[in-house]
Design a protein around this ligand. Structure first.
Ligand code: AMP
Length: 371
């Protein structure tokens, strides 16, 4: 499960690519059974049906031809009922078996238009296949020969369908969902970059709950819990604690503070697996990561900072050059790729982490205010 934002609205995953493929295979079988002795002309209704038509036709094994017409029926999330034919047909349809491939039939206005257009084309037979069908809003007394999936009256997007022009390229189908309530920030950057310092300031400023996975592990170590004993083995070497252990702990920390305005995640996620787990976990609660705010500081400056901190912090992983280097190695091999992960969702924001504490807070705030 994941939640995405398109324009001003939020959408959550609804029908997976695998399920869509399964349904199309069923539709192809049914159509083939009825049309195998013909050379059917498949006509896709643009724009929404382009993916469906491509996936349908590539699975259809008999002879066939393909064409498209363009009609437009949606503006925003409400069906407007206004339908125009924009691109016509050039093929002669006389005596042909025509199968219309529609991405979705809801009110039936487009379908009515299609029946009108094809009425005097002297086709041998006209069949309608639709990938999605909304029985609750279908108002017409018109036949639909093949139906992929019947869905409730929720606005959907993806797999060719758009919301005000965007979202057609999503491979799964998403449905409209409520706007997330929390502000969730991933504070990101290599060890010693100042995440902890800034997180403490930002949590007060924005009234957020600060979860530092490193601090939680250290708390467990201090209290000699089972989790602490396990984590210590990895932490002392500067290695990452295994994902399953860390994710379980993180979830427990979030659950403790669900009434909060949001969270600052500090030191989590540190692997792509953790990032995916966080997205899924938050999506199940109708929430998202609003953004990853990353502090950027050159590595040589960081090593000096860590060794300096090690003199007073008492942390064994801050006092040894080899351990520090290993932490950087873990960061560059496992964690740094998260930049790409969040960048792909337009959620990565880099901030210069060299300067006074106040200056850096200001830089971070400018970004957080807009998330
Ligand atoms: P930190 O205080 O964030 O520098 O974390 C100290 C150590 O805790 C790391 O070097 C890891 O051994 C462990 N740790 C903290 N957060 C994570 C995480 N998200 N995944 C795996 N290990 C972690």
């Amino acid at each position: 499960m994941s939640i995405i934002k398109l324009h001003d609205k939020y959408f959550k995953t609804y029908i997976s690519e695998e399920k869509i493929t399964e349904v199309i295979e069923q539709l192809v079988k049914q159509v083939y059974k009825d049309c195998k002795d013909e050379n059917p002309l498949f006509i896709g209704i643009l724009n929404g049906s382009f993916m469906f038509v491509a996936d349908f036709v590539r699975r259809y094994t008999g002879n066939c031809e393909v064409s498209f017409v363009k009609l437009s029926s949606y503006e925003g999330t409400n069906s407007t009922g206004k339908i125009k034919e924009l691109v016509g047909l050039n093929e002669s349809l006389e005596g042909r078996t025509v199968v219309i491939l529609e991405d979705i039939v809801d009110t039936g206005n487009t379908l009515q238009e299609i029946y009108k257009i094809f009425k005097d084309k002297k086709v041998k037979q006209l069949k309608i296949a639709t990938l999605f069908f909304k029985p609750d809003v279908f108002k017409k007394d018109l036949p639909i020969d093949y139906i992929g999936i019947s869905i409730p009256n929720k606005f959907i997007v993806g797999y060719g369908l758009d919301y005000d022009g965007i979202g057609r390229n999503l491979t799964d189908i998403y449905q409209l969902t409520s706007t997330p309530k929390l502000k969730n920030i991933v504070l990101f950057g290599p060890p010693g970059v100042g995440k902890g310092t800034q997180a403490k300031i930002l949590k007060e400023k924005y009234n957020l709950v600060h979860i530092s996975t490193g601090d939680v592990f250290r708390h467990h170590i201090k209290n000699k819990t089972e989790l602490g004993k396990l984590a210590q083995w990895y932490m002392d070497k500067g290695n990452l604690v295994p994902d399953e252990v860390t994710i379980k702990m993180l979830k427990a920390e979030v659950e403790k503070s669900l009434g909060a305005n949001g969270f600052i995640f500090d030191g989590f996620p540190r692997t792509e697996f953790q990032a995916r787990a966080l997205d899924k976990f938050l999506a199940e609660k109708g929430e998202i990561v609003n953004g990853m705010v990353a502090l950027e500081v050159p590595e040589d400056v960081l090593v000096k900072r860590l060794l300096e901190r090690g003199k007073t912090s008492g942390r064994p992983d801050d006092q040894d050059n080899a351990k520090i280097r290993n932490r950087f190695n873990e960061y560059s091999t496992k964690t740094e790729i998260l930049k790409d992960y969040y960048q792909a969702q337009n959620k990565y924001f880099g901030v210069n982490g060299v300067g006074s504490i106040d200056e850096i807070t200001l830089r971070l705030s400018k970004i957080i205010d807009n998330l």
